[in-house]
Design a binder for this molecule. Structure first.
Ligand code: CTP
Ligand code: CA
Length: 208
């Protein structure tokens, strides 16, 4: 298979030097890329800014903003068999990015934020015979929210993980498929969770 993987955070700029982002390390996506390559697949990895190195043998496409991530993914998805969305995409961007550098005024300022494009949901609408696996990062009503995202993003399966996954070397995940049931649980170092997830994809959603 040729697998598209999104990873890392995105950045949304307020002006030319400042941005909103999050603490995603990119590790889960990079480990999935490594596990997929080791299993003999091709990987196109679309990544926001991270400090870790991409595994040898994967095609790396570096992006910063959510719009850049979407444009790159839309183009690559056409040539892929499926997508795994691990990126911690910014949910909001600044409505009007200011050129240069915003100067202090001595008073409080208000930023107007608008929602970013939902990369995975857009790919879901374009999927045709391709498969889509999402990740859901939840701190409350986890199962309810994960199932809602599974449907709204047209995923074949969604991987539920807790906020403790951010920045950690370990993860505990539940795979929920269209039956709305947890069909697999994996825990341990992200590298081993990644290998289990690739094996699960191979035997459950990518079979012809
Ligand atoms: N995602 C995406 N583009 C966005 C937001 C999310 O591609 N603009 C993807 C993530 O990569 C992940 C899935 O959608 O695979 C779920 O992300 P999550 O942040 O858990 O859900 P949201 O739909 O953004 O909802 P919320 O953050 O409000 O819970
Ligand atoms: Ca989100």
């Amino acid at each position: 298979m040729r697998i598209l993987i999104t990873a890392g955070p995105t950045r949304e700029y307020l002006d030319d030097v400042r941005y909103l982002s999050n603490a995603s390390s990119g590790q889960m996506g990079y480990e999935l890329a490594r596990a997929a390559l080791d299993a003999g697949h091709e990987v196109a990895l679309v990544s926001g800014p991270v400090t870790i190195a991409a595994p040898e043998g994967c095609e790396l496409y570096q992006v910063e903003t959510t719009d850049e991530m979407y444009s790159r993914c839309e183009q690559l998805f056409k040539e892929c068999d499926g997508v795994i969305g691990t990126a911690a995409v910014c949910d909001y961007r600044i409505k009007t990015r200011k050129p240069g550098k915003i100067a202090k005024t001595g008073e409080a300022i208000t930023l107007e934020l608008v929602e970013t494009i939902d990369v995975l949901a857009e790919l879901g609408t374009q999927k045709e015979n391709r498969w889509v696996m999402g990740f859901a990062l939840e701190s409350q009503d986890a199962r309810f929210n994960a199932v809602r995202k599974l449907y709204s993003k047209k995923c074949d399966a969604i991987v539920l993980n807790g906020v403790s996954a951010i920045g950690s070397a370990e993860n505990f995940v539940e795979v929920i498929d269209q039956s709305q049931e947890t069909v697999a649980t994996y825990s341990g170092p992200k590298a081993s969770v990644a290998r289990e997830l690739i094996a699960w994809i191979q035997s459950h959603i990518a079979t012809p």
